[in-house]
Design a protein around this ligand. Structure first.
Ligand SMILES: O=c1[nH]c(=O)n([C@H]2C[C@H](O)[C@@H](COP(=O)(O)O)O2)cc1CO
Ligand SMILES: [Zn+2]
Length: 175
């Protein structure tokens, strides 16, 4: 009798992988961030990545990070992954949900997370840990007791191979 496959993706790696896959949609030349919101039934209810607001051409607005003129940077225009994931929700509310994010959320996203009722933050990268924005995020989350923890992946890499089923058919084909 065939036995169960053991090297399947566990839930947390799956949700973080969805966040990272979503990030690949981002046009930001420097930092691509993705977020995935999950309810208490392990159902995905929102996905987002950082991008320009709906209807804005990705070519019409600046993508540079620094410029003497702040209006010529992406900062005032780009919508962060977390905010997009909340706005993209496919259910009435994300209250009680967990958000998986590729990068620890900035203070603006943390406010959106808090106001939406999300109850837990799971992040992968913390490369901006010492920026005032992240310090403010932790202060806010600590103030209300929303837990945040770094994801420790069981699998360091998740590969998507569009040819996987063809290979499988080839190798198992007996006819
Ligand atoms: O929480 C976040 N979510 C998010 O989507 N982003 C996006 C905004 C920008 O497009 C990019 C950050 O760009 P940069 O690393 O050049 O500052 O990542 C950035 C953060 C944290 O800074
Ligand atoms: Zn943000």
């Amino acid at each position: 009798m065939a036995v169960k496959r053991e090297d399947y993706l566990d839930w947390a790696d799956y949700f973080m992988a969805v966040a990272f896959l979503s990030a690949q949609r981002s046009k930001d030349p420097r930092t691509q961030v993705g977020a995935c919101i999950v309810n208490d039934e392990n159902k995905i209810v929102g996905i987002g990545y950082n991008g320009m607001p709906r209807g804005c051409s990705d070519e019409a607005l600046p993508w540079q990070r620094k410029n003497d003129d702040w209006l010529e940077t992406k900062i005032p225009y780009v919508c962060h992954a977390e905010m997009n994931a909340v706005m993209n929700k496919n259910c009435a509310s994300v209250k009680g949900c967990t958000i998986y994010v590729a990068l620890f959320p900035c203070n603006e996203c943390t406010k959106v997370i808090m106001q939406s009722g999300i109850k837990e933050v799971v992040y992968m990268s913390d490369t901006k840990h010492d920026k005032p924005s992240m310090v403010a995020s932790r202060r806010l989350l600590d103030a209300v007791g929303i837990p945040y923890r770094q994801h420790i992946p069981k699998q360091s890499k998740v590969t998507i191979d569009f040819g996987a089923l063809e290979d499988e058919l080839d190798s198992t084909s007996t006819r």
